[in-house]
Design a protein around this ligand. Structure first.
Ligand code: GLC
Length: 733
């Protein structure tokens, strides 16, 4: 086919698709405005109201058009029943949108998001979100309150478990992957979900890591650290956002016109709708910026919240305020338009009921379980491995002592926000090891202690098991309820008497492999030196045990890398890799420098860190051109060689540093990453191409720009061990 014809054909295709989509959007706008014109004031605020569950009173309110959406309505029969009331028994028959917290799986439960982010595998993360959407949508759910994209630098905050860690670049990549996974190509596809990026914004910066607490940071920090992952979600086409509980420098996020209207709706052009978090509008009264729910409702609506979750603040009491000019009806109309727009995009008017055959064979499909295993394996981070104790050598092994309160626990692997996950679907570590070893290796199991309480009554049984074994595997950490919402911890040590048990077992001089199950970074300084190996396995979902067994035996070579810093002590928090240099950078040998007198300032394990069963050697970092204009592209590469005896995946990371700016800049910032598979002895040249525009930041005038000057560029397998070279950005003037 001649080239010119090919180009013509491609162009025609692109124009048809784009024009076709535009036509569809115009069609939807016409329908939205047609419907809006017919609505009473009560029906308008009804569309802006979201309640949890169903009951006779809500059913009557649905008939009267006073509820437009529900959450936590489980099961397709119930969903179809309640939808029927909305469509057949209300005046305008506007369908409900039904939401649920499908955070890391519906029934096939995947690793918690903090674990999954440690895979740095956005393709697999997207696949998991697609599967979650299929299973949930087939059960009648239209909308998930995910992805949670809050950046978190404070491990005391329990909701660090729900996000992708501390870095805005990685957080943005994961945010995009999840939105695309949940929403698919077309929201009208019955097996996709409307996504909801949350909690807008800054929720992870709660003072003291205490959930719901005060947040106060500069606009520069807001824009450079906490907004990018939301912008990535909006650019990926996310249909909704959820506003947060916290205040931001005196203005609650759920009444913050600057973040909601100026930035989100005007600067970014977001055309979906914003839902409040649970009663976060009503809580403006507790925050002390509204005297009652009516004033709270006016503040929430004026700021840009389109739908009120369980706040009971958007009511017909507002009609009098519209009449006396206190409140613009246009604000209400805009909110209703946004909500109706999403309902049309979801195809709810055409396909209002879920086809009850859709779910057949979908839930817990073998492919879903396989994906859960793959993501679980890639989420595991090897933190320590002395004397090559791992992988376990099955030929030399006769007896393993398997000890710890989480070794045979079916609940913890499901983690926080487990949706419809069930314990009976979980493979525990004990079951995973039995699946792996069969009768080849004897496993003596002893719980040893509980997660939280201080009983030492089973220590002796555990010690006896250890003495009989060649090696001890201890599975310790946090139960699922110790992370997630309203689960902040002031102390990040292993809870209860777990550390004591580890120390007691270490006295037997047997090699100890510590397998952690946790929803946040823990402080391990009191046990780290007592164990031979540490495997960070988080809460990995239903395939937890098989994934851990695959890693312990070397059937899978661990490749995970931390997406959040592990402190030595909670006293170091906040601690994160992309920190500023300060005027007195910490130096252990310089008294008057930024450091502690009782602890090294460095973390126990840094951002980006993770070991493998093989070794990777980095060499020969170089830039293609070390003098760049702001319109150029930085092209930088390094050689990565697998110098070990077995194949392995390595997450190669790219960092930059802007040496001098009109404001202080971080000592390093992640600007790229690539998972690279290398056979034993194989070397690859890994190249990164970064537009110089991606080095922009908010300068001293809050202008988003690239400033000419010197830069360092670093490539490595974590944020500390890197090769460095430099380049210059020059200006045309
Ligand atoms: C909760 C959470 C939010 C969740 C919502 C609905 O309070 O903050 O993340 O989506 O309520 O369950």
């Amino acid at each position: 086919m001649k080239l010119s014809f090919k180009i013509l054909l491609t162009l025609t295709l692109v124009i048809t698709v784009v024009f076709g989509q535009h036509l569809k959007d115009v069609e939807i706008e016409v329908k939205v405005n047609d419907l809006l014109r017919q609505m009473t004031f009560a029906e308008k605020v009804g569309q802006m109201t979201l309640f949890s569950g169903t009951n006779k009173r809500y059913e009557q309110m649905i008939r009267e058009g006073k509820i437009g959406s529900l959450l936590n309505v489980i099961g397709m029969e119930e969903n179809n029943r309640i939808q029927k009331i909305a469509i057949e028994e209300s005046r305008l028959g506007i369908p409900l949108v039904i939401g649920l917290d499908v955070i890391h799986g519906y029934r096939t439960i995947f690793p918690i998001p903090l674990a999954a982010s440690a895979s740095w595998d956005t393709v697999l993360i997207r696949r998991a979100a697609e599967i979650a959407a299929k299973e949930a949508a087939s059960a009648g759910i239209h909308w998930t309150f995910a992805p949670m994209v809050d950046i978190a630098r404070d491990a005391r905050w329990g909701r660090i478990a729900e996000g992708a860690g501390e870095d805005p670049f990685l957080g943005s990549a994961v945010s995009r992957a999840q939105v695309l996974g949940f929403q698919g190509e077309d929201l009208a596809d019955p097996l996709t979900l409307l996504a909801c990026a949350k909690h807008y914004v800054g929720y992870g910066a709660a003072e003291g890591g205490r959930d719901y607490n005060t947040v106060d940071f500069s606009e520069r920090t807001l824009r450079e650290i906490y907004l990018p992952s939301f912008r990535a979600a909006v650019d990926a086409g996310v249909g909704t956002l959820m506003s947060a509980f916290n205040e931001i420098g005196g203005v609650p996020a759920s009444a913050n016109q600057f973040t909601l209207r100026n930035i989100l709706k005007e600067e970014w052009g977001f055309d979906g709708f914003v839902v409040s978090d649970w009663n976060s509008i009503g809580e403006l009264v507790a925050h002390g910026i509204a005297k009652d729910r009516l004033e709270a409702g006016v503040k929430g609506l004026t700021a840009g919240i389109d739908m009120d979750m369980e706040g009971r603040c958007y009511t017909t009491d507002m009609e009098a305020l519209v009449a006396d000019g206190t409140l613009l009806e246009e604000l209400i109309d805009d909110a209703v338009r946004r909500i109706l727009r999403m309902k049309f995009k979801l195809g709810l008017f055409e396909h209002s009921y879920i086809d009850e055959n859709l779910q057949k064979g979908l839930i817990l499909h073998q492919d879903h379980i396989q994906t859960a295993l793959e993501l679980a394996r890639e989420s595991i981070v090897l933190l320590k491995n002395e004397d090559g104790v791992l992988p376990l050598n099955r030929k030399e092994l006769n007896t393993i002592a398997l000890i710890g309160p989480l070794a045979d626990d079916k609940d913890a692997p499901l983690g926080t926000w487990r949706c419809e996950g069930k314990r009976e679907d979980v493979i525990t570590v004990y079951e995973g090891l039995k699946n792996k070893f069969g009768n080849d290796v004897k496993i003596i199991y002893a719980k040893g202690c509980d997660v939280k309480n201080n009983s030492r009554s089973e220590f002796n049984k555990a010690l006896k098991a250890a003495r009989k074994a060649d090696i001890v595997v201890m599975v310790m950490g946090e139960s699922a309820d110790m992370s997630g919402e309203a689960a902040s911890r002031a102390n990040l040590n292993l809870p209860g008497v777990q550390a004591e048990l580890i120390n007691a077992i270490a006295e037997t001089k047997k090699p100890v492999v510590l397998v952690l199950m946790n929803g946040r970074p823990l402080t391990l300084s009191n046990v780290e030196s007592k164990v031979t190996a540490i495997v960070e396995s988080w809460h990995l979902g239903i395939q937890h045990g098989n994934a851990v067994a695959d890693v312990l035996t070397g059937d899978y070579n661990p490749s995970g890398k931390l997406t959040v810093t592990f402190p030595r002590s909670a006293g170091q928090i906040p601690i994160y890799y992309n920190h500023k240099n300060t005027g007195r950078p910490g130096d252990p040998d310089t008294k008057f420098s930024s450091k502690y007198i009782d602890l090294p300032s460095s973390p126990l394990y840094p951002f980006g860190y993770g070991l493998s069963y093989t070794k990777f050697k980095y060499s020969d970092i170089k830039v293609l051109n070390n003098r760049l204009l702001s319109t150029d592209e930085l092209v930088v590469s390094a050689n990565v060689k697998n110098t070990g005896k077995r194949a392995g995946d390595e997450v190669v990371q790219l960092y930059i540093r802007d040496i001098v700016g009109s404001v202080t800049r971080p000592v390093k910032e992640l600007k790229g990453f690539q998972r690279v598979a290398l056979e034993a002895g194989e070397q690859k040249t890994v190249q990164f191409r970064v537009s110089v525009q991606e080095l922009s930041f908010y300068d001293s005038d809050m202008k988003y720009t690239v400033e000419p000057g010197n830069f360092s560029v670093m490539i490595g397998g974590n944020s500390v061990e890197v090769l460095t070279t430099d380049f210059k950005v020059v200006s045309l003037k």
